[in-house]
Design a protein around this ligand. Structure first.
Ligand code: KG4
Ligand code: ZN
Length: 356
């Protein structure tokens, strides 16, 4: 048994294709942390929801047992159980939620429902304690693209969101089009390193100079038009028999366009809020071009906060940390609480930012 500060929180993540569990102490020490990525989806070039749920079911006991063992504790030592309750794939979410509810009931311990994207907000703080609000947050994952102003933990104002595809989804779809393996984001980033983005000109959807604060598209994103432009570009290149020679250039041009839109809108939020601290979260935040471009535009007075690649991807430690925040506020789930594929972001206000 550990002498670490309490509460000891077990965080469980099963919303998509990572089965992950972590034991987190009251001082944010990750005592045991296991992340198991499902490789079954590689064959299909994308996550198959039913297969994801089955794989979670097969692995969840072993993943939790290993996290507990690495932490040197047993389930009976855990004070609070936190689990991603949404958003995500419903079958996958239900595996984690049912496991957690059963454990909470059996142990007579509290359980907490965690919002997956709020958990991503907490990930950088596990490695860098200064990663606290206020900050502008760009959350970019396979399912979401959100631009927020986090005034304090639990107090978020929505500035913009994607109107169609998520940023990670666009990376994955373009990667697939270029014949890269799933998950496409990291593979596309590697390919783009050897390409010249200036060889192809791609559009910057929903980014125009004459947009004004207060107009919805000032902060909103759209990636499906960019994906379609890449589809057309690739078709043309392929028809000329130049796909192999152009693949890296297309990847670089796509990445540059996506990064330009994401960085431009994030910097608009920095200007309007006056907050020069930017937190990057979600799987796409592992992208080095995105990090470097935002850091460059922020300049020396700005501060870019992000997690290491391991904690940028889905993981149980961020879920445990978000669970402790909600637990400290007394937000304990009832036994009839469940998973929700479209769980509302807690504390997220959608009314416009007050102007000075
Ligand atoms: O947050 P995450 O692990 O899972 C979801 O909540 O969706 O994000 C996964 C997404 C995938 O679309 C993946 O391709 C993308 O993050 N991703 C990247 C990189 N690493 C992961 N996209 C661009 N560049 C990367 N280096
Ligand atoms: Zn995620």
């Amino acid at each position: 048994m550990t002498g670490r500060p309490r509460p000891l929180v077990l965080g469980l993540e099963t919303s998509c294709d990572e089965t992950s569990a972590a034991v987190l102490s009251g001082d944010d020490a990750m005592l045991g942390h296991v992340i198991l990525s499902q490789d079954v989806h590689e064959v299909y070039g994308g996550v198959v929801p039913e297969l994801a749920a089955r794989a979670h079911l097969q692995k969840v006991d072993a993943v939790v047992a290993e996290a507990l063992s690495r932490a040197g504790v047993t389930l009976a030592d855990i004070d609070v159980l936190g689990v991603t309750a949404g958003p995500g794939l419903i079958g996958a979410l239900l595996v984690g939620v049912c496991w957690t509810k059963a454990a909470a009931y059996g142990l007579d311990k509290p359980w907490v429902r965690v919002h997956h994207m709020e958990a991503h907000l907490f990930a950088p703080s596990l490695e860098r304690p200064e990663a606290q609000p206020p900050f502008v947050a760009l959350l970019v994952s396979g399912g979401h693209t959100l631009l927020l102003h986090a005034v304090a933990w639990g107090e978020y104002r929505l500035l913009g969101a994607t109107r169609d595809d998520a940023a990670g989804e666009a990376f994955d779809k373009v990667a697939k089009l270029l014949g890269l393996p799933y998950p496409g984001g990291p593979a596309l980033e590697r390919l783009a390193e050897s390409g010249d983005p200036a060889r192809h000109r791609l559009p910057r959807p929903m980014l125009r100079r004459n947009q004004r604060p207060g107009e919805r598209d000032y902060y909103d994103f759209s990636f499906s038009g960019l994906k379609t432009a890449v589809v057309e570009l690739v078709a043309g290149v392929e028809a000329r028999g130049e796909l192999d020679a152009q693949r890296a250039h297309v990847a670089a041009a796509f990445q540059e366009a996506a990064v330009d839109v994401l960085a431009s809108k994030t910097l608009r939020a920095v200007e309007e809020t006056g907050c020069r601290r930017v937190l990057l979260g979600g799987g796409v935040s592992a992208n080095r071009a995105l990090r470097e471009e935002i850091a460059r535009r922020l300049g020396a007075e700005g501060r870019l906060l992000h997690a290491s690649p391991r904690l940028s991807l889905d993981n149980g430690a961020m879920v445990a940390r978000a669970a402790r925040f909600r637990y400290d506020r007394g937000e304990i789930a009832a036994m009839d609480g469940s998973a929700s594929a479209a769980l509302a972001f807690p504390g997220l206000r959608t009314d416009p930012e007050p102007r000075n």
